[in-house]
Design a binder for this molecule. Structure first.
Ligand code: NAI
Ligand code: MG
Length: 365
């Protein structure tokens, strides 16, 4: 059977950067290196314009049936006034929920050619290659009760609840350990066991999974606030960082800024392995949004989207060599000085979206 990819380009620059990935896929198929079958759908504002919803049921069914979903970005001022349930982000939230995407993978990779664009000194980030694994469907963002109540004295009281079950911690821990095995064999688990019960359980469950199932992976525990500090002080000490939804939100944004522009950052979100096939549901998307300020101008950097496709090659299809070659092609193009506006010194672009995509493909060949 063919490997199926479902493309949801979305809004703004989404279709522009997805087009560069489609060119690469067409090349890979033509060369016989892959046998991807492609289907395309609408999500976000573009789905709302066509169907009056943020994603149609037909496209949801295709996303559920596909081996992997490639997602561009959604949103823009055009849809600011649409009903809450139909807002562009609702399409992404629905996908995450129905595909059961509980593991969010955010690599922080520093390409040598861009080390000077980091917020940190070159020697601190040059050669950096870490992976932050964030739990995405539990914790304080979703725990109940979640409310603002008015007390008898008229004061208000806001409540959010941090909840994690053993099962939720086990499954995200296994994702992190599996990834570490395929990398440098180290997991750093970040929580706040000193002040949070959920941190105590997190620590216990991760320790148990590590000892019983991954004796070959080195595990250490770090308090989440210290982890934030260490990420800025000496990030190369880490390999895989495993953490919950809230801390992962913050730590992955720190990781992002270690390596430069939003236009460079890919991500993956994975679900549970299928009982029959062992394959995980998966969605791959750049970290950035739809960038309406530059949509249609050719200024969009396609690298985050192309690198997200690289993550799909690696994690959904086991095409590790091909994924590595794609990453090398990106590094070489940057090494040659090609720059879209977002990563150019003084904002002087040397290439537009299509020329950047074409140059990466040419290096890849
Ligand atoms: P944004 O990430 O779209 O843009 C922030 C800044 O970075 C802008 O100046 C933009 O031009 C630049 N930028 C982003 N991606 C770039 C790329 N590939 N190449 C060059 N420059 C790039 O975030 P913003 O402006 O806060 O949000 C714009 C829209 O995107 C909003 O409607 C927001 O809701 C939506 N959004 C969607 C996300 C998603 O689809 N997952 C994530 C974040 C925001
Ligand atoms: Mg965030």
């Amino acid at each position: 059977a063919k490997n199926s990819l479902f493309l949801l380009p979305g809004d703004g620059i989404g279709p522009e950067i997805m087009a560069e990935v489609e060119t690469i896929i067409a090349f890979l198929n033509r060369k016989g290196l892959t046998d991807f079958s492609l289907d395309r759908g609408l999500v976000g504002g573009s789905a709302y314009d066509a169907h009056g919803v943020a994603i149609s049921e037909a496209d949801m069914a295709k996303a559920l049936a596909a081996d992997a979903v490639l997602f561009g970005a959604v949103g823009g001022p055009k849809w600011d006034g649409v009903p809450y349930d139909c807002r562009p982000e609702a399409g992404l939230l629905r996908l995450r929920k129905d595909l059961g995407l509980f593991a969010n993978l955010r690599p922080a990779i520093c390409y040598p050619a861009l080390a000077d664009a980091s917020s940190l000194k070159r020697d601190v980030v040059e050669g950096l290659d870490i992976l932050i694994v964030r739990e995405l469907t539990g914790g304080v963002y979703f725990g109940e009760p979640k409310e603002i109540v008015t007390l008898e004295n008229g004061e208000k009281r806001a409540v959010d609840t941090q909840v994690y079950t053993t099962h939720e911690i086990e499954r995200i821990a296994r994702v992190a350990f599996d990834l570490a095995k395929a990398r440098n064999g180290r997991v750093s688990s970040a929580e706040k066991r000193n002040v949070m019960k959920s941190g105590v359980l997190w620590n216990q469950v991760v320790t148990k999974i590590g000892r019983e199932e991954y004796a070959d992976v080195k595990l250490d525990h770090i308090l989440a606030d210290n982890c934030a500090m260490q990420l800025v002080r000496y990030p190369k000490q880490f390999d895989v960082i495993l953490t919950d939804n809230l801390f992962g939100d913050v730590l992955s944004d720190i990781g992002a800024m270690l390596t430069g522009s939003l236009g460079m950052l890919p991500s993956a979100s994975l679900g549970a392995p299928d009982a029959a096939t062992g394959k995980r549901k998966a969605l791959y998307e750049p970290v950035h949004g739809s960038a309406p300020d530059i949509a249609g101008t050719g200024a969009a950097n396609p690298i985050a989207m192309i690198a997200s496709f690289g993550m799909a090659l690696r994690y959904s299809f086991g095409l590790i060599d091909l994924a590595g070659k794609l990453d090398e092609a990106i590094a070489r193009v940057l090494g040659k000085g090609l720059r879209t506006k977002d990563i150019a010194q003084k904002g002087e672009a040397t290439v537009d979206t299509r020329a950047m995509g074409a140059a990466i493909l040419a290096e890849f060949e």
